[in-house]
Design a protein around this ligand. Structure first.
Ligand code: ADP
Ligand code: CDP
Length: 215
């Protein structure tokens, strides 16, 4: 099997941009596992599932058909045949995704899908539990970080009409949920290399990861 690069870290640390850049440079596939948790959350909201009730989320977690593309130049995500690439980035989904992602039945289902896609290798796969759970055998594991302020500044530059302060508060809430949940919390994998991107440009981070791959 081919090369697997596992990329983990909190929101706004640069996972998506760096992973796509690395995949492009090396001709690898690319999988955004966060988009799959977002797609599951979008579907739960559409269905009117009570997100305050983990048992209700668990009972429906097997229903939506989630299909993820692996082209770094055109990331695609469909739920039951509907293109949800736009809607999954909206604030209702962003505000609910960490609650849905904490439900073990959701994780079991999506981790199985992710392993199926990653199995053939030749892929850069990004998320919160890639180096620890989805692909613990990955040849290269990267843990991206950046200061909370830098991450919030980056995200607020992408989201129209948002302030850095509001982004930072929303991110802090999600980071806490993601790193304290019982199942597969965000944490640095054994053998991962930590890269603090606060003071680095995107191209510098990509070059550093390419250097790790070449080692
Ligand atoms: P994540 O996937 O970890 O949430 P993204 O890749 O979506 O992070 O990055 C969020 C934003 O920050 C993007 O607009 C991206 O271009 C920008 N960004 C990422 N890495 C850097 C960096 N090292 N320096 C400056 N901006 C960056
Ligand atoms: O866009 P952003 O980096 O902020 O987040 P994302 O990568 O799209 O992931 C959205 C959410 O999905 C995270 O906050 C986690 O709650 C969840 N997630 C997860 O639990 N495990 C993963 N492997 C990927 C994402």
């Amino acid at each position: 099997t081919g090369l697997v690069v596992a990329m983990d870290g909190p929101s706004g640390s640069g996972k998506s941009s760096v992973s796509r850049g690395v995949a492009r440079a090396l001709g690898l596939r690319y999988l955004d596992t966060g988009a799959m948790y977002r797609a599951m959350t979008w579907w739960m909201l559409e269905q009117g599932v009570d997100l305050a009730d983990p048992a209700a989320i668990a009972a429906r977690a097997g229903e939506p058909q989630i299909v993820s593309g692996t082209d770094p130049d055109a990331p695609a995500i469909h739920v039951d045949g509907v293109d949800v690439a736009g809607p999954i980035r909206q604030s209702d989904v962003t505000g609910a995704v960490s609650v849905v992602a904490a439900v073990p039945e959701v994780r079991v289902r999506l981790v199985a899908l992710q392993r199926e896609i990653a199995g053939a290798g030749d892929i850069v796969i990004e998320g919160r539990d890639i180096g620890t759970v989805v692909c613990p055998e990955a040849a290269v594991k990267v843990y991206l970080t950046a200061s909370a302020e830098a991450r919030a500044r980056r995200r607020s530059a992408e989201v129209a009409g948002s302030t850095v302060e509001a982004q930072q508060a929303a991110m802090a809430k999600r980071d806490t949920l993601d790193s304290t949940r019982k199942t597969d919390p965000l944490s640095m994998a054994d053998g991962a290399v930590e890269l603090d991107t606060t003071a680095l440009g995107l191209e510098e981070v990509i070059a550093e990861v390419l250097r790790l791959v070449a080692e």
